[in-house]
Ligand binder design. Structure first.
Ligand SMILES: NC(=O)c1ccc[n+]([C@@H]2O[C@H](COP(=O)([O-])OP(=O)(O)OC[C@H]3O[C@@H](n4cnc5c(N)ncnc54)[C@H](OP(=O)(O)O)[C@@H]3O)[C@@H](O)[C@H]2O)c1
Length: 236
């Protein structure tokens, strides 16, 4: 990571922040993106001189373009930042059902589109999906499909953008800041069912997810692959 420039949209919290922290720890520089200016400021000042940041909303194409405009060159892109809802087919509003594709799929698609001309030939892109792609929940068909679409997008972009490497990380439940924000009974229910449904008997940590992303960025012979840091969730 020495002297590498890594862009992390959604780098102000959770998995994205932990990836940024590890990049800086290993001698790299990071540009963070997120919507909330205060959270952004806090994350940048925590990481110190090797970090800078700009606000961006990945549901807005012009905001993504403005975010990348000042950058002339970067080595790696990781853009997990997104927020969305999920629910059952006949119960969820169309607006909420479409939210994973709007934020998580098209957000990453347009981040890649803006970044690709500036990524070093030796660089890489890591897309964020989720293990519901292969083991869907009963209340999130569109969300599961979005994760599957991202895994497919990663393989297609690996072909199109070669020699830049493109990989996908598809975690199971990671006990991040995301879960700290949901009501505690919902988090506990999810921890219990996920623990039951994995081979290692617990959710993952942000450190475990972030290390999977660092592996995909740094392993120079890995492209077009999907990595599942999911404790075996996809097998059960
Ligand atoms: N945690 C899990 O269990 C899990 C499992 C599988 C996959 N994932 C995926 O991992 C990603 C990150 O999860 P996390 O647990 O690290 O969540 P998190 O702690 O809530 O972090 C989300 C980050 O994304 C930013 N963000 C949210 N909406 C955004 C938007 N519209 N535009 C730009 N930035 C936005 C947030 O900052 P602002 O709010 O300030 O914008 C924050 O920096 C999500 O895409 C999720 O699908 C998570």
């Amino acid at each position: 990571m020495k002297d590498q420039l890594v862009v992390v949209i959604g780098g102000t919290s959770g998995i994205g922040f932990e990836v940024a922290r590890r990049v800086v720890e290993r001698g790299g520089q990071v540009v963070l993106g997120g919507r909330d200016p205060e959270r952004l400021e806090r994350a940048v000042s925590t990481l110190g001189a090797a970090a800078s940041g700009r606000t961006v909303d990945v549901t807005d194409k012009s905001s993504i373009a403005a975010f990348f405009e000042p950058l002339t060159r970067l080595d790696h892109l990781f853009a997990p930042g997104s927020s969305y809802g999920r629910g059952k087919l006949l119960e969820i509003s169309d607006e909420l059902a479409e939210s994973p594709f709007r934020a998580k799929f098209w957000g990453q698609y347009y981040a890649v589109k803006n970044a690709a001309p500036k990524i070093a030939k030796t660089g890489s892109i890591v897309l964020m999906a989720g293990a519901y792609s292969v083991r869907p929940p009963v209340d999130g068909a569109a969300y599961a499909a979005c994760n599957g679409a991202l895994e497919s997008l990663g393989r297609a972009l690996a072909l199109e953008l070669s020699p830049v490497r493109v990989n996908v990380v598809s975690p199971g439940m990671i006990d991040s800041d995301l879960w700290a924000r949901v009501p505690s009974e919902v988090r506990e229910q999810n921890v219990a069912s996920f623990s039951r449904d994995t081979l290692v008997g617990r959710p993952g940590t942000v450190a475990e997810a972030a290390e999977a992303v660092l592996y995909l960025m740094t392993n120079t012979y890995t492209t077009g692959s999907v990595l599942y840091p999911d404790g075996g969730f996809s097998l059960r």
